[in-house]
Design a protein around this ligand. Structure first.
Ligand SMILES: Cc1cc2nc3c(=O)[nH]c(=O)nc-3n(C[C@H](O)[C@H](O)[C@H](O)COP(=O)(O)OP(=O)(O)OC[C@H]3O[C@@H](n4cnc5c(N)ncnc54)[C@H](O)[C@@H]3O)c2cc1C
Length: 228
């Protein structure tokens, strides 16, 4: 299914785009760039009653896996750790696409769907590596500055990993595509670019440390090297 030699994921029957197939990307460069830039993903599982639940989570890419963490007693990570089928998505919104007709309005985006089964990480070293990756995913370099998890904190935290094997990216760029007869309409049409921007850091009142460089300036656009 997966070839890491040329770093392109083979589309499966489940990840082959049928709608707007030309927007599909399966190469790891495109997939990893979305994962590495995103801060929040959405994890979909079916709970034990068969009810689909989609919840926002933070995550990190660790080479060829996506790692998640959460309360060991929580439903999400508890269910995930049992190896149930999951669907994980990340969406980067790049802009609004305002067409001349209501029908052709759209958005510019880079989005990712990952399917598979997660498994729990129980080995202490592997758990620590995954948690470090999550901290550094949010703020690269942060793990070196902060206290790591205590034994109790580690025990209270469930960590799960999802292999990056069956996945698709979908990318839309560019202006609206209107019906030929609508180009004569007088209304404004075009793109409104959107991006995530950090505000000025607000130091905690009891913090005397200088602001670290990874916080100011803070940028999400950083391509991690692929350690595949
Ligand atoms: C910000 C944003 C807003 C959107 N708004 C809408 C909306 O309002 N209405 C709407 O119908 N669609 C919307 N889409 C597109 C939507 O995500 C689906 O691509 C689309 O609905 C087609 O779904 P499908 O199941 O018919 O696709 P199919 O092509 O049949 O899906 C087959 C497989 O292709 C892959 N795939 C499909 N969509 C995506 C995707 N977005 N990213 C990565 N892989 C994908 C998956 O692996 C999926 O299992 C939006 C997408 C984004 C990112």
């Amino acid at each position: 299914m997966t070839s890491y030699y040329n770093k392109v994921l083979e589309p499966t029957s489940r990840t082959t785009l049928r709608r707007r197939a030309g927007r599909a990307k399966y190469d790891r460069a495109a997939i990893d760039a979305i994962l590495d830039e995103g801060l929040v993903g959405h994890l979909g599982i079916c709970d034990p009653d068969g009810q689909p639940v989609v919840l926002p989570v933070t995550y990190a890419r660790l080479a060829d896996d996506i790692v998640f963490h959460g309360a060991a007693l929580g439903r999400l990570l508890g269910t995930l750790a049992q190896g149930v089928p999951v669907c994980f998505t990340v969406t980067l919104l790049d802009g609004l696409v305002l067409a001349r007709s209501a029908f052709h309005h759209s958005m510019n985006y880079r989005s990712l769907v990952v399917l598979g089964e997660a498994r729990a990480l129980r080995d202490t070293e592997a758990k620590l590596a995954a948690l470090t990756a999550v901290v550094d995913h949010v703020a690269p370099g942060r793990s070196a500055d902060v206290r790591g998890p205590s034994r109790q904190e580690l025990a209270a935290t469930e960590v799960a990993t999802l292999p990056l094997r069956e996945a698709s990216a979908k990318i839309r760029t560019g202006p609206p595509v209107d019906a030929a007869e609508d180009y004569a309409l007088p209304c404004w049409a075009g793109e409104l670019p959107l991006s995530l921007a950090a505000g000025a850091p607000l130091a905690d009142a009891r913090c005397a440390a200088p602001t670290p460089a990874y916080i100011d300036p803070y940028r999400r656009i950083h391509a991690k090297s692929i350690a595949a």
